[in-house]
Ligand binder design. Structure first.
Ligand code: PRT
Ligand code: ZN
Length: 286
């Protein structure tokens, strides 16, 4: 019987391409000569299709590809029959409404009767409908941020990341409509053999994601303060504690959230922790 191969669509070039390939690499998947239209993995039943992100939802819905990696914003805009299997924690951005800096913006009702330029008409129209705002939507392919400046529209609805594009074009962000990040989507009718490959891939993705969010921490602590320090560092089950050669001291190993580390560092020092090492984790199976 022919062995099933899972077909994944990723962006050919652009903001998502590198990160998508990097994630596959972190999952231990080696890809042959990337960059062509199709390439295959040497050590995982996976074939990679390189496409424009706009086309990925349709290809996945039609079963040309089984799964795909792209921005949630594009998935919502294309509104195809696909399911979101996992959030991937990269390419985070938001879709926002923005107006000229000098406008006296009060609230959403400002947009009544106004013209808004966007490359995301479906998401915008849905939002305006829900908020009962009657505004005109002007669909344009790109460079949305210049539309108010050239008199094409009163406001824009576009992707914002740092906000510097808005700033450079004399605009201010007034409403955040949607938060977005890269997601893994799938055809809803995958056969069980392909589903089990997706499960395997997901397991690896979760391990890579958890590893990124956490750090391995090692420190030396006086035995009398061990309980207090352990309370700050609960780890995966509980920290590992080993005696140091020096009497009355122990070495403690644990796992800590990247975001939590800076929160507890002062408390660790207050409790006598010394020689604190924080190291990256490559894979984490919880
Ligand atoms: O060629 P193809 O169609 O495949 O690519 P594309 O040009 O449609 O997409 P691309 O590569 O620009 O972006 C792919 C995805 O990256 C988007 O769909 C988002 O999900 C995500 N993403 C994350 C972003 C940004 N951050 C981003 N900052 N996409 C676009 N931008 C642009 C935005 O359009 C605006 O012009 O960057 C500008 C805003 O950035 P700041 O930092 O100035 O606010
Ligand atoms: Zn695109």
């Amino acid at each position: 019987m022919k062995k099933e191969v899972l077909k994944i669509a990723i962006q050919k070039s652009g903001r998502l391409n590198e990160k998508s390939l990097e994630l596959l690499k972190e999952c231990g998947i080696s890809i042959n000569n990337g960059g062509k239209l199709i390439s295959s993995s040497t050590n995982f039943p996976l074939e990679v299709f390189y496409l424009r992100d706009d086309d990925i939802p349709q290809y996945v819905a039609e079963g040309v590809a089984d799964i795909g990696m792209l921005g949630e914003n594009e998935v919502l805009e294309k509104d195809q029959k696909v399911e979101v299997i996992a959030k991937l924690d990269f390419s985070k951005c938001r879709l926002s409404l923005a107006v000229r800096r000098e406008e006296n913006y009060t609230d959403l009702s400002w947009f009544r009767g106004k013209k808004i330029a966007t490359s995301y008409p479906l998401i915008l129209k849905k939002f305006l409908r829900e908020e009962a705002i009657d505004a005109e939507v002007e669909t344009i392919g790109g460079s949305v941020e210049i539309a108010p400046g050239i008199g094409l529209s009163d406001g824009i609805f576009d992707i914002v990341s740092t906000g510097s594009t808005l700033l450079a074009n004399g605009l201010k962000e007034v409403e955040v409509v949607l938060q977005s990040q890269a997601v893994l989507i799938g055809n809803p009718n995958l056969l069980s053999e392909k589903r089990s490959i997706v499960e395997k891939l997901l397991f690896r993705i979760q391990a890579a994601k958890s590893a990124k969010r956490n750090k391995y921490i090692l420190l030396n602590a006086p035995n009398k303060n061990l309980d207090a320090i352990i309370n700050l560092l609960p780890g995966m089950r509980s920290p590992t504690v080993m005696p140091l050669a020096e009497e009355g001291w122990s070495s403690l190993h644990s796992v800590i959230g990247e975001d939590d580390f800076w929160e507890v560092i002062d408390q660790l020092k207050d409790r006598g922790a010394e020689g604190i090492l924080v190291c990256p984790i490559e894979k984490m199976i919880v």
